[in-house]
Design a protein around this ligand. Structure first.
Ligand code: ATP
Length: 692
C-alpha cells in the first residue's frame, strides 16, 4: 500500500481511487482503533480514526466532506465512516447500533436515491449526518439534515432515467401492502415509473421493499405510519398516471386514476381536483414557459407572468407532496435519535450528489436544472477545499516566513487558476444562480441571453490572452438545458393546495403530517431534519436558520435559485466552523456510462453486497479519466505545494506540524488504486510529480 504523507497545516486530504478494493470488516476496524494517523495504512477507516482521534484530542468539531464525481463511491465511503465510528466509539445505551445505521441507509437509499445515467444508485439529495460525542468519546446523539432533494424527479426527469427507488419497490411489493386499500393494485399501466422493470429486477425490487419495511421497523416507524407512507406514495403514483389535460378546462386526463389517488389520500375526486387545478396563488410562478420556447411564447408578456398549465399544477402537487413526505421521513428518523445534553463536540459527515455531466454518459442533452444545482453544491465544497488547502495556508506561510521569501523562491503554492473566478467585470457582476433568477423573470429571457450575460461578466476580455488564464469554456447550447418550468411550478402551491386536513378520511395520514407540522416544517422544502433537543443540534439548526433569515436572504428566499444558494450557504457555513477532513473519491473508469439505465439499475447493489462484489476481481483503470479528476480537484497542486514545498524554506520553523499548527497530527494524502497499490503505479496515475 502506498502512503504519501503530506502537511498542509492540518488540512487533511484523502484520496481514494474508488470504487476500489478495500477490505472492510470488524476485524479490520479494530486494526485501526486507537492508531495515530502516521501509523495507519490508507483506508477509509483511517479517515474516520484520524477525525475521531483529532476530535478527542482537540475537543473541536470535525467534519468529513466527500468530494467527487457521481458514482465515485462517496455514499459508500460515508456508510463505512459511520460503521467505523459506531463500532469503535460505541454509543451510550447502544442506541446507535450498526444495525440501526444500516437501516437508516436502507431507508434513505429507497426514498432519496435513483438510477441515473452515471450511477445505478445515485443519491439525489445532500445530507449532513451529525454524530455528537460525550466526554467518554461515545456517540451520545445523532441526527440527519437533508437539503436539495431533487423532488422534481418524481414527475420530470431526464429521458430514460428513473424516479426514486421507493416507487419501484412499492410497485413490486404492493400486492400485500395496499391490498384492501384499493381494488386496483398499482400497475404499470401509465408507466409513471418508467423505465419499467424487467422480471428479475422486479423480484429484486420486491425483496428491497421487504427490506425497506424491516428497516423502517428497526427505526421505530410503526406499521400505521408506514401505511401512511405507502398511501401517499400510491397517490403520487396514481396522480402521475392520471395526467392532466393539455388544453381547455384544467382537469385530470384520466379520471379513473385520479379517483384512485383521491381514495388513497382519503378525499373525494372533486376535492382533490379543485385543490390541484383551482385557487392558483397569484405570482406563484412568474413565467412558466421554458427557455427553449423562445420569447414569442413567453407567457403574457406583461410582466404578470403566465398561469400554470394543468400539467404543471399536477406536477407541482405531486413533487411537493413527495418533498413533504421526505421531510416527514427525516423527521421520523430523527425522532428516535435521542438528544443528549451531555455531548461535547460533534462529527459531521457531508455527502452531496457528485459532479455529473451528461456528455460523459454519452447523452446528447445538457444538464438539467437539478444537475446544475448538485454540481453547484459540489463546486462550493471544492472551493472550500481550495480555500483551506491553498489560500489559508498561503496566508499562514506569509505570516511565518520572512517577508518576500515566498515569491523570491518562486514557490507561491497558489495555483494560477482558482475554482471560482472572482474577476468580476463590473461591480454588478452576479453569480450564475442570481443571473438565472433574473433571466427567468424577464419575459424575453432565453438561454442565449443568460449565456451572453454570463460571458459578459466572466468570459475572456481583450488583453487576457497570454496571461496564462484558461478562458472559460463556452458550453454548447445543449450543455445548459435550463428548463424554467423547474423554477417554480407550484413550488408554493404544492403543499398549500393539498392541506393535510383534506385527508380527514385518512386519519393516519393527517395525524402523521399534522403531528410533525411544528418545528419540522419551518424550512419546509429546503432543509429537513432541523429538530433535535441537544445543545449541539440546536446550535446547528440555529446556524442554518440564520442563513435563511438574515440580510438579502430573508428578502429573496422565495426565489428558487436563491433558495438553492441559501441551502448551500447553510451547508458550507455549518461545516466551516469545524475542522474539515476532505475525502476525494475518484471514479476509476467510465464503465456503465453507456446512457442505458437498465444496465445501471442492474448494478444497483447494497453496501452489504459490496464487499463480496469487491472480492470478485481487480478492475482496469481509465487513466485519462483519473487524471482529469485529479486535475479538476487540484490534487496535483496540493502535492506540488508540499513537494516543492515551503516547509523546507529557510526560516521555516520545523517540519513537525503538530505544535506549529495546533493539530494532533499532520495531514496525509493517500492514493490507493485497485489494480496496483505500488508507489510506481500510483505515480503513473498522477503523472510526474516533481520531487524535492
Ligand atoms: N469501494 C468500492 N468498491 C467497489 N464498488 C464500489 C465501491 N464504492 C462504491 N462502489 C460501487 O459504486 C457505486 C457508486 O457508489 P456511490 O453510490 O457510493 O457513489 P457516489 O459517489 O455516492 O455517487 P452519487 O454522487 O451519484 O450519489 C455503488 O453502487 C457501488 O456499487
Amino acid at each position: 500500500m502506498h502512503t504519501v504523507r503530506q502537511r498542509y497545516g492540518g488540512n487533511l486530504i484523502h484520496t481514494f481511487a474508488g470504487p476500489t478494493v478495500l477490505l472492510r470488516s470488524p476485524q479490520v476496524m479494530h486494526m485501526f482503533k486507537g492508531c495515530r494517523r502516521e501509523d495507519m495504512s490508507p483506508h477509509i477507516y483511517a479517515v474516520a480514526q484520524a477525525a475521531y482521534r483529532n476530535m478527542l484530542m482537540s475537543r473541536q468539531d470535525q467534519s468529513v466532506v466527500l468530494l467527487g464525481s457521481s458514482g465515485s463511491g462517496k455514499t459508500t465511503c460515508c456508510q463505512h465512516l459511520i460503521q467505523y465510528l459506531a463500532t469503535i466509539a460505541g454509543s451510550t445505551g447502544k442506541v446507535f447500533s450498526v444495525e440501526k445505521w444500516q437501516a437508516l441507509y436502507t431507508i434513505l437509499e429507497a426514498f432519496g436515491n435513483s438510477s441515473t445515467s452515471m450511477n445505478g444508485n445515485a443519491t439525489r439529495f445532500s445530507q449532513i449526518i451529525s454524530l455528537d460525542f460525550d466526554q467518554a468519546g461515545q456517540v451520545a446523539s445523532a441526527s440527519i439534515q437533508t437539503m436539495l432533494l431533487e423532488k422534481l424527479r418524481v414527475t420530470k426527469r431526464p429521458a430514460n432515467e428513473a424516479t426514486f427507488n421507493v416507487f419501484y419497490y412499492l410497485l413490486a411489493g404492493t400486492d400485500n401492502t395496499l391490498s384492501g386499500e384499493t381494488s386496483h393494485p398499482l400497475t404499470e399501466a401509465a408507466a409513471p415509473c418508467s423505465p419499467v422493470l424487467q422480471p428479475e429486477e422486479k423480484q429484486k425490487a420486491a425483496q428491497q421493499f421487504s427490506k425497506l419495511q424491516a428497516a423502517m421497523k428497526v427505526m421505530g416507524i410503526s406499521s400505521d405510519e408506514q401505511k401512511a407512507f405507502w398511501l401517499v406514495l400510491g397517490a403520487i403514483y396514481h396522480l402521475g398516471a392520471a395526467g392532466a389535460t393539455k388544453a381547455g378546462r384544467k382537469q385530470f386526463a384520466r379520471h379513473e386514476w385520479a379517483q384512485k389517488a383521491a381514495y388513497l389520500l382519503g378525499c373525494s375526486l372533486e376535492e382533490l381536483s379543485s385543490s390541484i387545478f383551482k385557487h392558483q396563488p397569484k405570482g406563484s410562478l412568474q413565467r412558466s414557459t421554458s427557455f427553449r420556447q423562445g420569447p414569442e411564447e413567453a407567457g403574457l408578456g406583461d410582466g404578470s407572468g403566465s398561469r400554470l398549465t394543468a400539467l404543471e399544477c399536477l406536477e407541482g402537487l405531486a413533487s411537493g407532496l413527495y418533498s413533504e413526505l421526505f421531510t416527514l421521513l427525516i423527521s421520523l428518523l430523527n425522532r428516535y435519535a435521542p438528544s443528549s445534553q451531555h455531548s461535547l463536540c460533534s462529527m459531521m459527515l457531508v455527502d452531496t450528489p457528485g459532479f455529473q455531466n451528461p456528455e460523459l454518459a454519452n447523452q446528447s442533452r445538457g444538464a438539467s436544472f437539478e444537475e446544475l444545482c448538485h454540481n453547484y453544491a459540489q463546486e462550493r465544497l471544492q472551493t472550500l477545499f481550495h480555500a483551506r488547502t491553498f489560500t489559508q495556508e498561503l496566508e499562514r506561510y506569509k505570516e511565518v516566513l520572512p517577508e518576500g521569501s515566498v515569491s523570491a523562491r518562486g514557490r507561491d503554492p497558489l495555483p494560477s487558476w482558482s475554482p471560482v473566478r472572482s474577476l468580476a467585470r463590473t461591480d454588478e457582476a452576479r453569480g450564475l444562480l442570481w443571473l438565472l433568477e433574473e433571466e427567468a423573470l424577464q419575459p424575453a429571457g432565453t438561454e442565449d441571453t443568460l449565456l451572453e450575460r454570463l460571458f459578459a461578466y466572466y468570459g475572456p476580455q481583450e488583453g487576457d490572452k497570454g496571461k496564462g488564464e484558461p478562458a472559460p469554456r463556452r458550453p454548447s447550447q445543449a450543455l445548459l438545458w435550463l428548463d424554467l418550468h423547474l423554477l417554480g411550478p407550484g413550488q408554493g402551491k404544492a403543499w398549500g393546495g393539498w392541506s393535510p386536513s383534506l385527508s380527514d378520511g385518512r386519519k393516519i395520514i393527517s395525524s402523521l403530517f399534522m403531528g410533525r407540522a411544528g418545528t419540522a416544517m419551518v424550512l419546509s422544502g429546503s432543509i429537513a431534519g432541523l429538530e433535535g433537543g441537544s445543545q449541539l443540534a440546536l446550535r446547528r439548526a440555529t446556524s442554518m436558520r440564520k442563513t435563511f433569515t438574515t440580510g438579502v436572504a430573508a428578502v429573496k428566499k422565495k426565489s428558487l435559485c436563491i433558495q438553492i444558494k441559501l441551502q448551500v450557504d447553510a451547508l458550507v457555513d455549518t461545516i466551516k466552523k469545524s475542522k474539515i477532513h476532505f475525502v476525494h473519491c475518484l471514479l476509476p473508469k467510465a464503465e456503465g456510462w453507456s446512457g442505458d439505465p437498465r444496465g445501471l439499475a442492474a448494478r444497483r447493489i447494497s453496501s452489504s453486497e459490496l464487499d463480496l462484489h469487491c472480492e470478485a476481481g481487480l478492475m482496469q483503470l481509465d487513466v485519462p479519466l483519473l487524471r482529469a479528476q485529479i486535475r479538476g480537484s487540484r490534487l496535483l497542486d496540493a502535492l506540488r505545494m508540499y513537494r516543492q514545498g515551503l516547509c523546507s524554506a529557510p526560516g521555516w520553523p520545523s517540519c513537525s506540524p503538530q505544535e506549529q499548527w495546533g493539530c494532533t497530527a499532520g495531514p496525509v494524502t493517500r492514493i490507493q488504486t485497485a489494480r496496483d497499490r505500488s508507489p510506481a503505479a500510483a505515480w503513473a496515475v498522477l503523472g510526474s510529480v516533481p520531487r524535492r
